[in-house]
Design a protein around this ligand. Structure first.
Ligand code: FES
Length: 161
């Protein structure tokens, strides 16, 4: 499993972060968009880029760090080739989503948000708009309704093929 704090930044990530800030006029109000763009470019928001972003936007490192930590959509480490998003919003919770998340993470030996040795990233998501088929999941962009461990294993195998 790749721990967020150990994830090395891709080459040029700090310069890229600085350039993205400049594209947004170094406007602190654009922080969420800047982080989104950076994640689009590098696949995640590397810890090493946070001081450069803070400096460009004239914010404290703690402010930038707080925003990155607060929003689950920002990855702190690179994702694996297969990304499983498990919904933990209300409708899915009422259909056993939290137990499913525990089971799936334990089976792969990772925490939620982590990536297993075989390249499966498991991330939380808050409503996939598929509440009628709760618990809902998404595997590499494909919706899986009435998800259970077996259906998710099948979807992961299919995503790899
Ligand atoms: S609450 Fe899970 S898909 Fe809507």
């Amino acid at each position: 499993m790749i721990e967020a704090e150990n994830a090395p930044p891709p080459a040029g990530a700090v310069a890229e972060a600085t350039a993205i800030c400049a594209r947004h006029g170094n406007d602190p109000a654009a922080l969420l968009e800047i982080l989104h763009d950076l994640q689009e470019e590098t696949g995640f928001v590397p810890e090493a880029t946070l001081p450069a972003i803070a400096s460009a936007l004239n914010l404290s490192r703690a402010e930038v760090h707080g925003v990155v930590s607060f929003y689950h959509d920002y990855r702190r480490a690179p994702a694996g080739p297969v990304v499983v998003k498990l919904c933990r919003a209300e409708a899915c919770q009422s259909m056993g989503a939290l137990a499913l998340i525990e089971t799936v993470c334990a089976a792969r030996g990772i925490k939620l948000g982590g990536t297993s040795e075989d390249g499966v990233t498991i991330e939380p998501v808050y409503c996939l708009g598929n509440c009628a088929l709760a618990p809902a999941a998404m595997v590499n962009g494909r919706l899986v309704g009435r998800a259970d461990a077996a259906r998710l294993d099948t979807a992961v195998r299919e995503a790899r093929s």
